[in-house]
Design a protein around this ligand. Sequence first.
Ligand code: EPU
Length: 487
Amino acid sequence: MDKFVIEGGRKLHGSVRVSGSKNAVLPVLAATLLTDEPVVIPNAPDVSDVRQMVKVLEGLGSKCERSKEGVLTVRSAPVPHNEAGWDCVRKMRGSVAVLGPVLARTQHARVSLPGGCVIGVRPVDLHIKGMRALGAKVDVDGGDIIASATGGLRGEEMYLGGAQGPTVLGTANVMMAATLAKGRTVIHGAACEPEVVDLGDCLNKMGARITGLGSPRIEIEGVDRLHGCTHSVIPDRIEAGTLVIAGAMTGSKIRVEGCRPDHLMILLERMREAELPHHFGTDWIETMAFDQRKKRAKPTDVTTLPHPAFPTDLQAQWMALMTTADGMSLVTETIFTDRYMHVAELMRMGANIRRQGASAIVMGPANLKGTQVMASDLRASAALVLAGLVAEGTTEVHRVYHIDRGYARIEQRLAELGASIARVDDDPDAIATDTAPAKETLTPAKATVLPKPAATKAAPALKTNPAVKTSPARASAKKPKAKAARR
Ligand code: EPU
């Protein structure tokens, strides 16, 4: 298990290129099951969720190959296997996206029911409702979704939104299934996220007939078969947003290249309100340097909502930013109302945050101090890394496999921007046996489940980037196992 060791307080500079979108590529990978011809994805990000999805596809009989240049080619079997078991679905919820394609292609699918996860209850009732609307018989038995459509799926007009609004992967699942259904499907209440549009663009390249992408009404005219294609997925808007927040939070001039500012207008607008200087062009965003001793971000509220409103996947990072703002701000999470695992850890670093229902009140400015914190989910980990960049002293972020799920080599890329961040082997004894992170209801001191950091704590032995420096005090401490360059 790895951890990141971050020495805070450095300005960043330079430029960084955004990877292909994790949340776009996962359904695109599922869509490869709709044809036995090769689908080529030149820019699939090298993150562990993608590697996991590749394993799921291989389990269904697909041949997957990644070239040295990173081009991922997937060829589904002439008749794919139709069972994706608990072992794969448990590791990554996104694998539920194979349900629609497998059902459409083989008329039978058995996919394990994903459980809840650390960001809250995540039901799949809308996925099931959509498949039923397309004429499938769907049962849930022994923890599996068992769907069959003997004679094939048929197009239908349906409303797919739920109590919490539209569903991204649910829309993707039904859209994929409907491409091979007989007749016309209309999805009302469809998700408008750029990742859904990107999947639709890929499916259209494969021969599907989909219109209305990016609107809440998607229409799909079923076709007999789909064929292979080459499809570059959209840049990762959440990775781009995280890097932009890193620039803003450290008061640095950095350029985030190869992104889609039009997918991030809400973030840029909130940054404008927070008086965080930045500008952008068609495929880049630049944050401007400023002196944080003289100027702080203006407290700015956000409420997470479906696209184009503020994304839940940037909520934790925005909260980290707001801990340094000059006053009180309110963060409200309406998509996954329990997605607040980062709160307790930010408080351990000195943030002053209070939970109230689905909201968190952030009282800034906090004088963040480095300590040991526990990553609990992908975006919470990103928030802790951001906090570490501005904290005084050393922050150790444990369990960074969470961040590896969706950010490719984030520590190297931040180090290239001038951050002091290293990946090192974690000392298992340093991690509390209790797998749950500290609760935010406890005071920061009482919430501590880890041994004391800094001077007495083991220092990183090997840095992933030569630019990374280790403080002399830390260098003399006990060294954990050296980490070979792995990614
Ligand atoms: N919902 C239902 N029933 C369903 C499906 C969803 O009630 O059958 C509810 C959810 O509980 C939630 C809301 O609908 O309250 C929206 O969930 P959605 O289905 O849109 O989430 P998802 O498709 O499972 C994707 C991303 C998430 C991202 C959400 C929201 C992927 C692989 N995952 O999840 O990404 O937060 O959309 O934008 O695309 C992440 O990358 O860190 C991440 C969690």
